[in-house]
Design a binder for this molecule. Structure first.
Ligand code: ITT
Length: 205
C-alpha cells in the first residue's frame, strides 16, 4: 500500500480521513501516517491568508521533512455578514485556539443585529496534496447554509451547533457522523481528493 503522510497531530482527523478515503479509494487504498508516526520536526506557523495557502504550508513542509506524499487540510467557517471571517482564523477566533464554545459565542454576538435573511455562511475545506517530485494539487469542498441565533445539538465540533445547512432541518451538530460526511465541506473535499489520489499515485501492493 502507498504510504501517505497527513500533516496533523489530530488523531480524530486521521481516523476520519482514513474512513472516508477507504470508502472512496477501493484498489488504490493508502496507509495514512500522522505527524506522530514520522520523525519529529518543528511545524511551521499557519501564516496564510487563505485556506489553500495554509494547507500548502503544512503539506510542503511535511513532504520535505518525510519524503512521503503529504496531505494537509485547512478549514473553517466563512460568514457573509463578517466579510468571510472567521475564515482562516476559525480555530482561534476568540483568541483561544480550539475553544469551540467561546468561538461560536463570539460569532453569535458579532452578528446579533443581523436579520435572519442575511445570516448566510459556508463551511469551507481545502486539502493540499504535495508529491516528492514537487507536484502540488489543491481540492476543496463547501457546505452552504446560515448561522442560527443559538446553538442546537451535541454532535460534531467547532461551529456545528450554530450552522444550519441549506435544505436541512437539523444543525450539523444534530446529524450523525455519516450524515455530516455526506454533505459536509470536508466530505466533499475528501471525495475529490480520493479521485485525485487514484489518478496521481500509482497503485502499490
Ligand atoms: P489542525 O491541527 O489539523 O490544524 P484544527 O483543529 O486547527 O486542526 P482546522 O484547521 O481544520 O482544525 O479547523 C479550523 C476550525 O474551523 C476548527 O477548529 C473549527 O472551529 C472550524 N471547523 C472546521 N471544520 C468544521 C466542521 O466540520 N464543523 C464545525 N467547525 C468546523
Amino acid at each position: 500500500m502507498n504510504k501517505v503522510l497527513l500533516a496533523t497531530r489530530n488523531r480524530k482527523k486521521l481516523v476520519e480521513l482514513q474512513r472516508i478515503l477507504d470508502g472512496a479509494l477501493g484498489a488504490h487504498r493508502i496507509a495514512l501516517l500522522g505527524l506522530d508516526d514520522v520523525e519529529q520536526y518543528a511545524e511551521l506557523p499557519e501564516t496564510g491568508l487563505t485556506f489553500g495557502e495554509n494547507a500548502l504550508i503544512k503539506a510542503r513542509e511535511g513532504c520535505r521533512q518525510s519524503g512521503l506524499p503529504t496531505i494537509a487540510d485547512d478549514s473553517g467557517l466563512a460568514v457573509d455578514a463578517l466579510n468571510g471571517m472567521p475564515g482562516v482564523f476559525s480555530a482561534r477566533w476568540s483568541g483561544q485556539h480550539g475553544d469551540d464554545r467561546a468561538n461560536l459565542q463570539l460569532v453569535l454576538d458579532q452578528i446579533g443585529d443581523v436579520p435572519d435573511g442575511q445570516r448566510a455562511a459556508s463551511f469551507v475545506c481545502t486539502v493540499a496534496l504535495v508529491l516528492p517530485g514537487g507536484k502540488e494539487h489543491l481540492v476543496d469542498g463547501r457546505q452552504s447554509g446560515r448561522v442560527l441565533r443559538a446553538p442546537r445539538g451535541d454532535g460534531g465540533f467547532g461551529y456545528d451547533p450554530i450552522f444550519l445547512g441549506d435544505g436541512q432541518d437539523r444543525t450539523n451538530a444534530e446529524l450523525t457522523p455519516a450524515e455530516k460526511d455526506a454533505i459536509s465541506h470536508r466530505g466533499k473535499a475528501l471525495r475529490e481528493l480520493a479521485k485525485l489520489i487514484a489518478k496521481v499515485l500509482p497503485p502499490a501492493v
